[in-house]
Design a protein around this ligand. Structure first.
Ligand code: PLP
Length: 272
C-alpha cells in the first residue's frame, strides 16, 4: 500500500508578517489551509503592529524576496499567486521578472497600500507600479473603494463603476472585485467587473466591528477557489461567503480590532 497522499493545490502568497496574527501572511495561510490548499508564503516585510495600529515595518531585501519566489517556483510550481503587502516598485519588478517564466500562473492582487487603521504599509512608488507593472499580468484585483480610487488615479473618479472602467480598460485580462466595506451604505455592496460582460453585485449585511485582515482573507479565498479549479466568478462568489462566515465568527483577542475566525466556516451566513 502506498503512503503517498495527493498534494493539495499550492498557492504562493507574497506579503507581510503581522505579529498580531490578524492580517498578512497569517491570514493567507489560515484561509488557504481552511479551503483545502497549501500556502507557500514569501515574506516581503516584517511589520510591528498590534490589533490597534501599525508601529512600523522593515522591508526584506528585495533580492531575498525574489530569491524566495524563485526557490519555490523551481521546486513546487504553484498554480496561483496571491499578493498582499508589496511595499514598492522594486519588489513588484522582482515578482514580474519571476512570473514572466511562468505565464500559466494566475495572479490575484490585493493592492495593500495601508492598514485599515490607515497606517502606511507602502512607499510612494507602489501605486503606479501596481498599475503599470502588476495589473497587466494579473487575473484579478480586489481593491476596496479608496484603493480603487488610487488605482484609477483620476480626481473625478469616485464611484466603483467609474474606477472599474478605468482599471479594466487599461488591463483587459484583469477582472476587478471592488469591495464596499469603506462605503457609507447600510449594506456592504461588493461589485465584480469583467471586460465585455455585465458587472455583478453582492449585498452583505454590514457587521458591527472593524476587522483586521478581512481584505487578505478575501483575496486569499479567491486564490484558493482558482487553485481548486473554480472559474473566476465562482471563486469570487465562494470567497465572499468564506469571508462573511469568518467575520461572523470574529473574535477580539486584544484592545483593538476584531480578527476574523477563518478556521470554522460551518456557521450560517444570511445572504441579503
Ligand atoms: N498585510 C499586512 C502585513 C498588514 O499588516 C495589513 C494590515 O495591517 C494588511 C495586509 C491589510 O489588511 P486588511 O486585510 O485588513 O486590509
Amino acid at each position: 500500500m502506498s503512503n503517498k497522499t495527493a498534494s493539495p493545490p499550492v498557492v504562493m502568497v507574497i506579503g507581510g508578517m503581522d505579529p498580531s496574527g490578524g492580517a498578512g501572511l497569517c491570514a493567507d495561510i489560515q484561509t488557504l489551509s481552511m479551503l483545502g490548499c497549501h500556502a507557500a508564503p514569501v515574506v516581503t516585510a516584517v511589520t510591528v503592529q498590534d490589533t490597534s495600529a501599525v508601529k512600523g515595518y522593515d522591508l526584506v531585501d528585495p533580492e531575498v524576496i525574489r530569491a524566495q519566489m524563485q526557490a519555490v517556483m523551481e521546486d513546487i510550481s504553484p498554480s496561483v499567486i496571491k499578493t498582499g503587502m508589496l511595499v514598492n516598485k522594486e519588489v513588484i519588478l522582482g515578482l514580474v521578472e519571476v512570473l514572466l517564466n511562468y505565464p500559466h500562473i494566475s495572479l490575484v492582487v490585493d493592492p495593500v497600500m495601508s492598514s485599515n487603521m490607515n497606517d502606511a504599509l507602502s512607499e510612494h512608488s507602489l501605486i503606479s507600479s501596481i498599475k503599470e507593472d502588476l495589473l497587466p499580468v494579473a487575473s484579478l484585483v480586489t481593491p476596496n473603494i479608496p484603493e480603487a480610487i488610487a488605482l484609477a488615479a483620476k480626481g473625478d473618479v469616485e464611484t466603483a463603476d467609474a474606477c472599474a472602467a478605468v482599471i479594466s480598460n487599461a488591463n483587459s485580462n484583469c477582472d476587478c472585485l471592488i469591495t464596499g466595506t469603506h462605503a457609507d451604505s447600510e449594506q456592504v455592496i461588493n461589485r465584480y467587473y469583467r471586460q465585455g460582460k455585465k458587472s455583478k453585485e453582492w449585498c452583505w449585511p454590514r457587521l458591527p466591528y472593524e476587522y483586521h485582515g478581512s481584505g487578505c482573507t478575501l483575496a486569499s479565498a479567491c486564490a484558493a477557489g482558482l487553485a481548486l479549479g473554480l472559474d473566476m466568478e465562482e471563486a469570487v462568489d465562494q470567497a465572499q461567503q468564506h469571508v462573511m462566515k469568518s467575520l461572523s465568527a470574529a473574535f477580539k483577542p486584544g484592545k483593538g480590532q476584531h480578527i476574523p475566525y477563518r478556521l470554522n466556516t460551518n456557521l450560517a451566513v444570511e445572504i441579503i
